[in-house]
Design a protein around this ligand. Structure first.
Ligand code: PLP
Length: 466
C-alpha cells in the first residue's frame, strides 16, 4: 500500500520542500507553513487551526503563545542575552540549576545546561568516562557503554552510537564509536512471553544484562543507558515494576553508572517531575530536555548525582567539556518560567488525572480495533502501536510508513489534529506507532475531543487504506 499523502495541499499555501532554500529533513516533502500558536492550537498561515495533541515531539507542555514566558525571555535578553561561561554565570542559570537540583530531594547535586537532548547525552557519556578517570587511574579501562535495542538517545555521533535506532544509525555506522553493546528493551508488548509474570520477565532481562556485562568484561563498562519510558524509538513504552531497581543492582554490582535519558519522558511528562521517581531508583546521571523549556527556547540539561560530583570535586574539579552557548540566559529564563507555571498551576496533578482519562478513553475507543496492537504509556505520554495482524502481532512493512501516514491524515482539514509518528527499528522488528502527548494543562473536554479525533482518523485510515 502507498499511504503517504504528501503535503502541501495547494489550498494551504504549502511550502514545497523541493523548491525551498531550507535543507528540510525530507527534501521532497511539502510542509505546512506554521504562523502562530494559540494555547493548544497551531495556526497555519492560511488561518486553519490544528489541535496540537503532541506538543511537537512531546516538547510543548504549557501550550503556545504564553506571554509570561515570552516576557521573561525578553527581559533576560534585554538584561544580558549571552553569557560566556569561562568567567561568568547568570542569576537565571544559577536559579534554574538550583531548582532542578532541589527537585531531586538532594540526590543530584549539579545541573549542566545545554541546548538539545543530543548535547545532553554527549555530555552524560563524557561525564561518565571522566568520573572513572577521576575515581582512580585503574579505572582507565572503563570505556564501554551498554544500552538497549530500539532506543534513541540523540542524533549527534556520540549520542547516536549509544542509541539503538537502526534506521538513524545505518548510514553513519562506520563513524560511530564501537564500544557500545545493546540488550533487549523492557517491552511487554513485544518482549514478554505469554503467561510470563512481571517478575520472571524482569529476571530474564536482568540475566541478559548481567551476561552482557560478563561478555564485554564488567571492569570495562562505564554505564548502562536507558530511557525510563521509551519515547521515539518504541512509542511510550514503560518498563514493568521492578525492572529499573533490578538493573541498578546489576550496575552497582559491577561498579558501573546508571544513566537515565529523560529527554522525552522527563520534566513532568509521565506525571512526576522525574520519571525515575516512579521506578524507585535514582540515576547517577540524568538527561532532560523537551519539557524543560516547553519549546520556548532550545534548552536541555544533565543532572548529576552527588556521588559523581564528589569524585569530580575530589579530583581535577574540571569537567573537560563545554559549548559556546551552554547555560544560555534566554534558554534558562524560558525554562525557569515554564517550570514556575507548572508548579503554580499544579500541572503535574493534571498530568496524572488527564493521563488516566486519556488512557481509559483510548482503550475504550480503539482497544478492540484489528489494527491497533497495543495502547501504552504513562501520564500524558501515550503510544498506539499498529499491527497488520493482531494475533501474530505482525507489523506493517516499513515502506508503508503507517505511523507517518496516520499522522498526516490527522493533519488534514477533516480532522485537524497533530500527533507524532514513529517506528521502532531493530533486528528486523518494526512497529509503527503514533505518540499522543498533549500539554500538561489539557482539559478533560479536550481529551474527549482528542480521543474522538484520533478514533476517527484511525478508523477512516484503515477503512480506506489500500
Ligand atoms: N534522547 C531522547 C530520549 C530523545 O527522545 C531525543 C529526541 O527526540 C534525544 C535524546 C535527542 O534530543 P534532541 O533532538 O533535542 O537533540
Amino acid at each position: 500500500m502507498v499511504l503517504r499523502q504528501l503535503n502541501p495541499k495547494p489550498d494551504e499555501n504549502g511550502v514545497d520542500g523541493k523548491k525551498s532554500a531550507v535543507l528540510h529533513r525530507d527534501l521532497g516533502y511539502g510542509f505546512l507553513p506554521l504562523a502562530e500558536g494559540e494555547g493548544n492550537y497551531l495556526v497555519l498561515e492560511n488561518g486553519r487551526r490544528i489541535f496540537d495533541a503532541s506538543g511537537g515531539a512531546a516538547v510543548g507542555c504549557i501550550g503556545w503563545g504564553n506571554e509570561r514566558v515570552a516576557r521573561a525571555v525578553m527581559r533576560q535578553m534585554l538584561a544580558i542575552p549571552y553569557c560566556s561561561t569561562v568567567f561568568y554565570t547568570t542569576k537565571v542559570q544559577e536559579e534554574l540549576c538550583r531548582y532542578l537540583v532541589d527537585s531531586t530531594n538532594g540526590n543530584m547535586s549539579r545541573a549542566y545546561l545545554v541546548n538539545s537532548g543530543s548535547e545532553a547525552m554527549e555530555a552524560a557519556v563524557k561525564l561518565a568516562r571522566q568520573y572513572f578517570l577521576e575515581l582512580s587511574p585503574a579505572q582507565d579501562q572503563r570505556t564501554r557503554f551498554i544500552s538497549r535495542r530500539q532506543s534513541y538517545h540523540g542524533i549527534t555521533l556520540g549520542a547516536l552510537a549509544v542509541g539503538g535506532h537502526e534506521y538513524r544509525r545505518a548510514k553513519f555506522e562506520p563513524l560511530l564509536m564501537k564500544n557500545v553493546s545493546r540488550v533487549s528493551p523492557c517491552n511487554t508488548f513485544r518482549g514478554k512471553k505469554a503467561g510470563e509474570t512481571d517478575e520472571a520477565y524482569v529476571a530474564r532481562l536482568v540475566e541478559e544484562l548481567d551476561a552482557e556485562f560478563q561478555a564485554v568484561g564488567p571492569e570495562t563498562v562505564c554505564a548502562f543507558v536507558a530511557e525510563p519510558v521509551v519515547g521515539a524509538a518504541l512509542g511510550c513504552v514503560p518498563s514493568v515494576p521492578g525492572y529499573f531497581k533490578a538493573v541498578q543492582t546489576v550496575c552497582r554490582k559491577y561498579g558501573a553508572l546508571l544513566i537515565l535519558d529523560e529527554v522525552m519522558c522527563g520534566m513532568g511528562r509521565t506525571g512526576t517531575l522525574h520519571a525515575w521517581e516512579q521506578e524507585g531508583v535514582v540515576p547517577d546521571i540524568q538527561t532532560i530536555g523537551k519539557a524543560l523549556g516547553g519549546g520556548y527556547q532550545p534548552v536541555a540539561g544533565v543532572l548529576v548525582n552527588r556521588r559523581v560530583i564528589d569524585v569530580l570535586e575530589g579530583g581535577s574539579s574540571v569537567f573537560v567539556h563545554g559549548h559556546t552557548y551552554q547555560g544560555h540566559p534566554a534558554g534558562c529564563a524560558a525554562a525557569l518560567e515554564v517550570q514556575r507555571i507548572i508548579q503554580e498551576e499544579n500541572l503535574l496533578a493534571n498530568v496524572q488525572a488527564m493521563g488516566d482519562l486519556l488512557s481509559r478513553r483510548l482503550q475504550e475507543r480503539l482497544g478492540d480495533r484489528p489494527n491497533v496492537g497495543n495502547i501504552r504509556g504513562r501520564g500524558l505520554f501515550w503510544g498506539i502501536e499498529f499491527v497488520a495482524d493482531k494475533e501474530k502481532l505482525e507489523p506493517f512493512p516499513s515502506d508503508d510508513h503507517v505511523g507517518l501516514a496516520i499522522c498526516e491524515r490527522g493533519l488534514t482539514a477533516e480532522y485537524g489534529i497533530s500527533v507524532y509518528p514513529g517506528a521502532g527499528s531493530a533486528d528486523g522488528i518494526r512497529g509503527d506507532h503514533i505518540i499522543i502527548s498533549p500539554a500538561f494543562n489539557v482539559r478533560s473536554e479536550e481529551i474527549e475531543w482528542i480521543v474522538d479525533a484520533i478514533g476517527r482518523v484511525v478508523d477512516d485510515f484503515f477503512a480506506t487504506a489500500t
